[in-house]
Write a protein that binds this ligand. Structure first.
Ligand code: ZN
Length: 185
């Protein structure tokens, strides 16, 4: 669980470390504010997608399901700076589908923790494979990383794209092509 008191102490130290006056008015409540914010943006650390993906509905002979443009905000675990963008999730049901909002919930569970985009993409795909047991899954994540745009190479607008395929999406090029067609690309 999140230890807010520890975060407050750490933020105070961090501010002192950069040479700030932690007693000045604008900063006085910052450690507490950050502790409360971290509780929210790292809430996924204490969650699994199980409550969202275990409630399924039966379908017969469904084609590919694509939920695109799922907006997410996450935090780069290397710099603790935000990265944010869109996730697109496709799966080929094997008799079971899940409510569409549950896919967005699943993205949130994995986005709300210190994260890497590659790992986020893999975790979403594997969660669907585990809980829904579909014939296949394809997940694409597109994101802008603040650690690339506000420091270092400073290339605003650069999108990092990650792609993971599982099951039939790995083997059948036709399914991947259908994914791109449904994405409108
Ligand atoms: Zn980073």
């Amino acid at each position: 669980m999140i230890d807010k008191e520890k975060i407050e102490r750490a933020v105070t130290l961090l501010l002192e470390g950069i040479g700030e006056d932690v007693g000045r008015e604008g900063l006085r409540e910052t450690p507490g504010r950050i502790a409360r914010m971290y509780e929210e943006i790292f809430a996924g650390l204490n969650q699994t997608p199980e409550p969202y993906l275990s409630k399924t509905f039966s379908v017969k002979d469904s084609g590919m399901v694509l939920e695109k443009d799922i907006v997410f905000y996450s935090t780069c675990e290397h710099h603790l700076l935000p990265f944010y963008g869109k996730a697109h999730i496709a799966y080929l049901p094997d008799g079971k589908v899940v409510g569409l909002s549950k896919l967005a919930r699943t993205v949130e569970v994995y986005a709300r923790r210190p994260q890497l985009q590659e790992q986020l993409t893999v975790q979403i795909a594997d969660a669907l494979m585990e809980y829904l047991q579909p014939k296949g899954v394809m997940v694409m994540v597109e994101a802008e990383h603040m650690c690339m745009t506000m420091r270092g190479v400073k290339k605003p607008g650069t999108q990092t794209v990650t792609l993971v395929t599982r099951g039939k999406f790995e083997e059948e090029k036709g399914l991947q092509e259908e994914f791109w067609r449904m994405m409108g690309r």
